[in-house]
Design a binder for this molecule. Structure first.
Ligand SMILES: [Zn+2]
Length: 294
């Protein structure tokens, strides 16, 4: 199944709920291959990428971006993912090869993060970024994201994130669902929806059986007539790094620091592992151009 990854958005129950959904199998597979992720990191980064994709549906304007970060004092340490308004995703895990002997332990990503926090940053070109922050709670990425919305943005939110891998740790299916209750929602209907969600199977298991996101929603959460869902845009793993970007970074280091690098440097992008070679001559050129500006 090589269907392109897609973001969906919709409304449900007479506009009382907003629905965001993502099919992210290829994106998660790319992340796994690029970073050589262990199974637990495939779950962690895969779920975070899927979540960031859905969060990006709220971004306003070209050049805007959302980042989602988990930090912990446990063995897994955390991960950072980003998604822009075009649906380009990138990310990396802080301890990508951590592996647990006991198979079941490899499913419990947030448990191995220990104590820590979830951070969401939204940046719009030319404006001060907004940041929200919550302490990690028990559960997985989905529960932590729901907790984040509840605490930091006061929006009752239900989240379902799924990554399914095979014995060789290849990604069979990945996807997510995010449902937000709007202020005018009827409490009884909200309760009904929550109880249906609680008995919903894992989204990635159902996708693996060939069920698309719209069919999933129709079958398990809503009826044919009380929701609408449309494709927003495709998503993909795509890094935005370039030699120019790294060159800007090097300039920021300043003359002193650059003069220690006259043997040349090969900085590597955390997000896609591309490396850029700056020879001693390149560095000398940067120093000369900084001197000219003085
Ligand atoms: Zn890159």
């Amino acid at each position: 199944m090589n269907k392109q990854d897609m973001l969906y958005r919709g409304m449900a129950m007479d506009g009382q709920f907003r629905v965001f959904a993502a099919q992210s199998t290829q994106t998660v597979q790319t992340a796994r291959d690029l970073h050589g992720l262990s199974p637990i990191n495939t779950f962690l980064l895969g779920k975070m990428l899927t979540a960031a994709a859905m969060l990006s549906l709220d971004l306003k304007g070209p050049g805007s971006e959302v980042s989602l970060r988990l930090d912990g004092d446990g063995e897994l340490r955390g991960a950072l993912v980003m998604c822009n308004d075009l649906g380009d995703l990138r990310g990396y895990a802080f301890a990508p090869s951590v592996f647990f002997e006991e198979a079941a332990e490899n499913f419990l990503s947030v448990k191995h993060l220990g104590s820590g926090s979830m951070t969401v940053i939204r940046s719009v070109a030319g404006k001060q970024p907004t940041m929200g922050h919550t302490a990690l709670v028990e559960g997985e990425v989905a529960q932590n994201l729901a907790h984040y919305f509840e605490q930091s943005e006061q929006i009752p939110t239900a989240v379902n994130l799924g990554v399914l891998i095979d014995k060789e740790a290849r990604v069979r299916a990945a996807g997510g669902l995010l449902i937000q209750q709007l202020p005018q929602a009827d409490p009884a209907r909200a309760e009904l929806l929550i109880s249906r969600l609680a008995s919903t199977p894992n989204i990635s298991d159902l996708m693996d059986m060939g069920l698309g996101i719209p069919q999933f929603l129709k079958r398990f959460l809503f009826t044919e007539n009380d929701f609408s869902l449309e494709e927003a845009h495709p998503i993909q793993y795509k890094c935005n790094c370039s030699r120019e970007r790294f060159e800007r970074g090097l300039r920021l280091l300043g003359k002193e620091e650059l003069s220690q690098m006259l043997d040349g440097v090969k900085p590597q992008c955390h997000f896609c592992n591309a490396s850029y070679h700056f020879t001693g001559k390149d560095i000398a050129g940067l120093i000369a151009s900084l001197e000219r500006k003085e």
